[in-house]
Design a protein around this ligand. Sequence first.
Ligand SMILES: NC(=O)c1ccc[n+]([C@@H]2O[C@H](COP(=O)([O-])OP(=O)(O)OC[C@H]3O[C@@H](n4cnc5c(N)ncnc54)[C@H](O)[C@@H]3O)[C@@H](O)[C@H]2O)c1
Length: 386
Amino acid sequence: MLRVGVIGAGSMGSGIAEVAATFGHSVIIYDNAIGARDKFENGLQRNLQKLIEKGKITAETGQAITGRIRFVQKLQDVGESDVVIEAVVEDLKIKKGIFSELEQVCSHETILATNTSSLSVTSIAAACKNPGRVLGIHFFNPATLMPLVEIIPGVATDVEVVQKARKLIDSWKKISVLAKDTPGFIVNRIARPFYGEAIRILEEGLATKEEIDTAMKKWGGFRMGPFELMDFIGNDVNYAVTETVFREFWFDPRYKPSFTQKRLVEAGFLGRKSGRGYYDYSNGNSPAEVEVNEEKANEILNRILVMLINEAADALYLGIASKEDIDLSMTKGVNYPKGLLQWADELGITNVYQSLLNLYETYCEDRYRPSPLLRKMAKNNLRFYA
Ligand SMILES: NC(=O)c1ccc[n+]([C@@H]2O[C@H](COP(=O)([O-])OP(=O)(O)OC[C@H]3O[C@@H](n4cnc5c(N)ncnc54)[C@H](O)[C@@H]3O)[C@@H](O)[C@H]2O)c1
């Protein structure tokens, strides 16, 4: 068993600490906020109590998990860890400061990981004299429940460090995928059109948000429609990810944020957490399904789906991840009903390519340019899977 250090005891850090302790590791967790310790300990007890009540763990197991976690008051106290996972605020300067300090207090063997969602792992690693032991280990929220973890080597990360980290995460019964250090890694890059294209359809007045959500759920098999999901994630959080990805891709129009969502954020219509987002949740209301005729539903689904497939194909084309990891990421990280590349095979690559080309010709916008990979595949009648 290892000694796992966690820096930051917010939503992600506390979940990661709980997972590591559940799998028998001793955990040292540090957070610099006043009251962070009480908040963490109360949250942990609440989670464990729920698991005990549901019969998922015994009271003894709950106690053992609690006993393996030690909350410390200084960053230096995390120094005796074998692996440290940093999950503090998404701020490059703060993260760099922490990594530079960690390097001084940890042994040369300690693996140093960041849970960043959108910053460059390479840039964080560059704060260390030995960036070879730094990598990204990106959990999804909530870390205790979501099975996917993206493993992201920086430019200088040692191969053995990546292998060790992956082995550790797999031993926590997670599904690890390997991603290149590029904005949004796999999931947060490929998922952008689920939101962006849905908003675009709404802005063009082609369908209502209720129709779009219903089409994606009833015809596409998605658990939530795009507007429901944005309200669930929080429009502030979802908009911030879109804006970061857009900026980090040097303003590629594919990732352009929308005024519709920006205005919601400005109005404080953040979604479920503020009682109102795209939908009104006051009085316990939930978005209702509406009637959508089949032709319209198929048009909505096809347009959003081909844009998602285009992203997935382009990520494969640019070596962001393997085709298996791309498909696993979307099914295990965001619960898509099917892997996008498998879905592309089922629809027919030529059909997907033609749909994209139609959009591209209709709008004359770079946003709709088909991935060169799809173009090649359509030309040669190829599939992603045999
Ligand atoms: N929330 C998500 O859905 C999600 C998912 C995956 C990854 N992430 C990433 O995980 C990281 C943490 O996100 P979160 O949602 O848990 O944030 P959070 O705001 O819930 O928690 C961040 C914690 O870091 C602490 N902190 C800030 N500066 C610190 C410092 N210098 N030293 C020690 N502790 C410090 C804060 O007190 C806070 O408790 C971010 O990098 C985020 O991008 C978030």
